[in-house]
Design a protein around this ligand. Structure first.
Ligand code: DGT
Ligand code: CA
Ligand code: CA
Ligand code: ZN
Length: 572
């Protein structure tokens, strides 16, 4: 595995954090932080520079000791100093750095004043309200940490869909090898494509005596067997995910699938209807007296009860049953409707591929257009481009576009919205772009009123087309900032601009309910991947799933339009 500049920067930053906690002098800490920033902004791969025999000492901000460490990282993927320090610091002190809102300074203070060494200690101190007295904390920060901790450590811990998907794919592939297995499907929130899942609910149909449960408990990722039986077995995997496997009879397959796909509120509402019609419904089928009248497939159950088939993503009891009865179900968007991606980074800022490589990959997906949207200077950690570099970058995009056949590369930028709502590039250069997307990357803690006004001001800028990842959330990591999205959506509608549904599985921002809100307001969205490398373009499917959970149809999403129409929609 090649070591990228961003990985090196991350390791050096982590080292700086640990050195700070350890009480090293501020100069040394800052030296590592500066080196990390410089490396993140470096246009060329350090690994490549080294293999060309370059002398890293020559780079600004890198002395001999840091140069040695970079070499070590590139050559071995490890950093001895970091590992030594990690083992030297008490217990799980470094885990605290992962908690939202805690940086090295705060961790050090917690350690020194309250003797907090790990997440458990922190949990106890938060509950005992010991933090609010510390300098720089206060009751509000204590509350924030309490919330962050329940998500971080408690039962509420849920796995991101993309992580669950990797686990589920590997496990179902393995289970399929068992003799006698017919069907394997992952039901539950996973099938409803929820952004995070609590556990995996797997259904299996098989021939009698198929050793599928034996096979399951011998899976090499099993950490603990919670319970084992012929029709239901539950384990916990090494990554902490709980998995239930249920063997169900073929004639009950549809009923079991419906039941275990949920959601629970959808099931309950459906059962109420069934009861009213004189049926009994459970995970084995639909019954009239003792006789099974439906249950082999989901569709035959819905049909018997007078409904058209309802897609799993809609089964949240948010009006889908009523809509189904009135033939008002949305014709949900599918991935093949997408004609272009409007958010992609390249090596020019913090991406890993060139303009050309990104465009080739988008072309291979059958897209008609791709917007190159590198960061602007304010986002220094992402190697954002200033005006001068951006001018050159636009010329580069144009040049590649002239060479490429079959796809149009749109000149764009992901422009930082500064604290006061102004944009991070001058109008003269924004005017040269085909499409302008903008984001909040700093000052997440403004009040609702200030944050909302800041974004409204950006949307009022005549060059702006799309407001990206509108709440800034990172699943399991960072709460959304405080902002009035309805106000934002109304202004976007009024101004002829759009909001992004960011398809990164760590973001999925907008959330499903906000997608639905946009649709109800009549505001169209853009679904973009925010790709930082070629393979990230595949994230589109997560965005599509989220859009479907938000009841979106192709007509609610502007990058389902061919380029010509898309350009018209951009006119404000
Ligand atoms: P999760 O795992 O928290 O992400 O969410 P789900 O929806 O996968 O929930 P889970 O794993 O507790 O249960 C799987 C499905 O089983 C759930 O979506 C609906 C069904 N189910 C579970 N408990 C009940 C229940 O008490 N009544 C009914 N009607 N259905 C239930
Ligand atoms: Ca589940
Ligand atoms: Ca479950
Ligand atoms: Zn981006």
């Amino acid at each position: 595995m090649p070591v990228h500049n961003s990985d090196i920067a991350e390791k050096l930053n982590h080292l700086a954090d640990l050195l700070e906690i350890e009480g090293q002098n501020a100069f040394r800490v800052r030296a590592y932080q500066n080196a990390a920033r410089m490396i993140a902004e470096l246009p060329k791969d350090l690994a490549a520079l080294l293999s060309e025999g370059a002398d890293l000492d020559e780079l600004p901000g890198i002395g001999p000791s840091i140069a040695e460490k970079v070499k070590e990282l590139v050559n071995t993927g490890h950093l001895n100093a970091l590992e030594t320090l990690e083992s030297k610091l008490p217990g799980h002190l470094a885990d605290l750095l992962e908690v939202p809102n805690l940086g090295a300074k705060r961790v050090k203070l917690l350690h020194e004043t309250l003797g907090i060494n790990n997440l458990d200690d922190l949990n106890r101190a938060v509950k005992a309200h010991q933090l609010r007295k510390l300098p720089g904390f206060g009751p509000k920060m204590e509350e924030k940490l309490a919330l962050a901790l329940t998500k971080f450590t408690g039962e509420e811990r849920r796995l991101r869909l993309d992580v669950a998907e990797k686990t589920a794919d590997a496990l179902t592939t393995y289970l399929k090898e068992t003799p006698g297995v017919n069907e394997i499907v992952v039901a539950g929130s996973y099938r409803r494509r929820k952004e995070t899942v609590g556990d995996l609910d797997i259904l299996v149909t098989c021939r009698p005596n198929s050793p599928v449960m034996e096979q399951f408990i011998h899976y090499d990722q099993v950490q603990q067997i919670v319970m084992q039986g012929p029709t239901r077995t539950t384990v916990i995997l090494k990554n902490g995910l709980q998995v239930d496997v249920r063997v169900v009879p073929q004639k009950s397959y549809g009923a079991a699938l419906l039941y275990f796909t949920g959601s629970k509120p959808h099931n309950i509402a459906l059962r109420t209807t069934a009861t009213r019609q004189g049926y009994k419904i459970n995970e084995y089928g639909v019954f009239q007296g003792e006789t099974q009248v439906a249950g082999k497939t989901e569709a035959d159950i819905y049909q018997l009860l007078g409904y058209p088939y309802i897609e799993p993503e809609l089964r949240e009891n948010r009006g889908e049953l009523e809509a189904a009865l009135q033939d008002r179900l949305p014709r949900l968007i599918t991935q093949d409707c997408i004609q272009g991606d409007l958010h992609a980074h390249t090596k020019a800022s913090d991406g890993r591929n060139t303009i050309e490589e990104m465009a080739q990959a988008a072309l291979a997906k059958g897209y008609e257009y791709l917007a190159i949207t590198d960061h602007t200077q304010h986002t220094r950690v992402a190697n954002g481009l200033d005006e001068k570099r951006y001018r050159k970058h636009l010329a580069d995009i144009e040049r590649v576009n002239d060479r490429m056949k079959g796809i149009t590369i749109l000149k764009s930028a992901e422009v930082d919205i500064l604290e006061d709502g102004s944009l991070d590039l001058p109008d003269a250069i924004l005017k040269q772009m085909d499409v302008v997307i903008c984001s909040v990357h700093s000052h997440f803690n403004l009040s609702n009123a200030k944050q909302t006004d800041r974004v409204l001001r950006a949307l009022d800028h005549p060059c702006v087309n799309i407001f990206c990842h509108p709440t800034g959330r990172l699943l399991n990591k960072r709460e959304p900032y405080d902002i009035d999205l309805e106000k934002i959506m109304r202004r976007a509608l009024q101004n002829g601009c759009y909001l992004e549904l960011n398809a990164q599985p760590a973001r999925l921002d907008l959330a499903d309910t906000f997608c639905r809100m946009a649709k109800d307001l009549g505001l169209k969205l853009v679904i973009s991947t925010d790709a930082h490398k070629v393979s990230d373009l595949d994230y589109m499917r997560f965005g599509i799933a989220q859009a479907r959970r938000g009841w979106l149809e192709a007509s609610n999403v502007i990058n389902t339009r061919p380029l010509k129409e898309f350009r018209k929609l951009l006119k404000r």
